[in-house]
Write a protein that binds this ligand. Structure first.
Ligand code: SF4
Length: 65
Protein backbone atom coordinates (compact mmCIF):
# COMPACT_ATOMS: atom_id res chain seq x y z
CA UNK A 1 0.00 0.00 0.00
CA UNK A 2 1.07 3.52 -0.73
CA UNK A 3 0.86 6.37 1.71
CA UNK A 4 0.67 10.04 0.83
CA UNK A 5 1.16 13.37 2.57
CA UNK A 6 -1.01 16.29 1.55
CA UNK A 7 1.47 19.14 1.38
CA UNK A 8 -1.34 21.68 1.20
CA UNK A 9 -2.13 21.04 4.85
CA UNK A 10 1.11 19.61 6.30
CA UNK A 11 2.63 22.03 8.79
CA UNK A 12 5.87 20.23 9.49
CA UNK A 13 5.19 19.18 13.06
CA UNK A 14 7.17 16.02 12.47
CA UNK A 15 4.95 13.73 14.49
CA UNK A 16 4.82 11.41 11.52
CA UNK A 17 8.60 11.15 11.43
CA UNK A 18 8.67 10.40 15.15
CA UNK A 19 6.09 7.65 14.71
CA UNK A 20 7.54 6.11 11.55
CA UNK A 21 11.03 7.41 10.72
CA UNK A 22 11.46 4.67 8.12
CA UNK A 23 8.59 6.13 6.13
CA UNK A 24 8.43 9.89 6.74
CA UNK A 25 11.17 12.45 6.54
CA UNK A 26 10.86 16.09 7.47
CA UNK A 27 12.95 18.11 5.05
CA UNK A 28 14.26 21.65 4.81
CA UNK A 29 11.01 22.73 3.19
CA UNK A 30 9.27 21.91 6.51
CA UNK A 31 7.16 19.31 4.81
CA UNK A 32 6.99 15.62 5.45
CA UNK A 33 8.14 13.46 2.54
CA UNK A 34 7.35 9.82 2.01
CA UNK A 35 10.50 7.71 1.73
CA UNK A 36 9.06 4.41 0.65
CA UNK A 37 7.09 3.75 -2.51
CA UNK A 38 5.19 0.84 -1.04
CA UNK A 39 4.81 0.46 2.69
CA UNK A 40 5.81 -3.03 3.74
CA UNK A 41 3.47 -4.99 6.00
CA UNK A 42 5.85 -4.63 8.93
CA UNK A 43 5.60 -0.85 8.86
CA UNK A 44 1.86 -0.49 8.41
CA UNK A 45 1.16 -0.23 12.11
CA UNK A 46 3.66 2.61 12.44
CA UNK A 47 2.06 4.42 9.54
CA UNK A 48 -1.38 3.98 11.10
CA UNK A 49 0.05 5.55 14.23
CA UNK A 50 1.45 8.46 12.23
CA UNK A 51 -1.97 8.96 10.60
CA UNK A 52 -3.59 9.12 14.05
CA UNK A 53 -0.96 11.46 15.47
CA UNK A 54 -0.82 13.97 12.63
CA UNK A 55 -2.53 17.10 13.93
CA UNK A 56 -3.43 18.18 10.41
CA UNK A 57 -4.83 14.89 9.11
CA UNK A 58 -2.40 15.29 6.25
CA UNK A 59 -1.52 11.61 5.91
CA UNK A 60 -3.68 9.08 4.14
CA UNK A 61 -3.42 5.80 2.35
CA UNK A 62 -3.36 6.30 -1.39
CA UNK A 63 -6.29 4.89 -3.25
CA UNK A 64 -4.61 2.59 -5.70
CA UNK A 65 -6.01 -0.58 -7.15
S1 SF4 B 1 2.62 15.06 11.47
FE1 SF4 B 1 1.31 15.73 9.77
S2 SF4 B 1 1.50 17.96 9.71
FE2 SF4 B 1 3.21 17.12 10.89
S3 SF4 B 1 4.89 16.84 9.44
FE3 SF4 B 1 3.79 14.92 9.57
S4 SF4 B 1 2.29 15.04 7.90
FE4 SF4 B 1 3.00 17.11 8.28
Amino acid sequence: MKVQVNHDVCEGHGKCQAAAPEVFELRDDDLSHVLVENVPEALKEKVERAIRLCPRQAISWAQDA
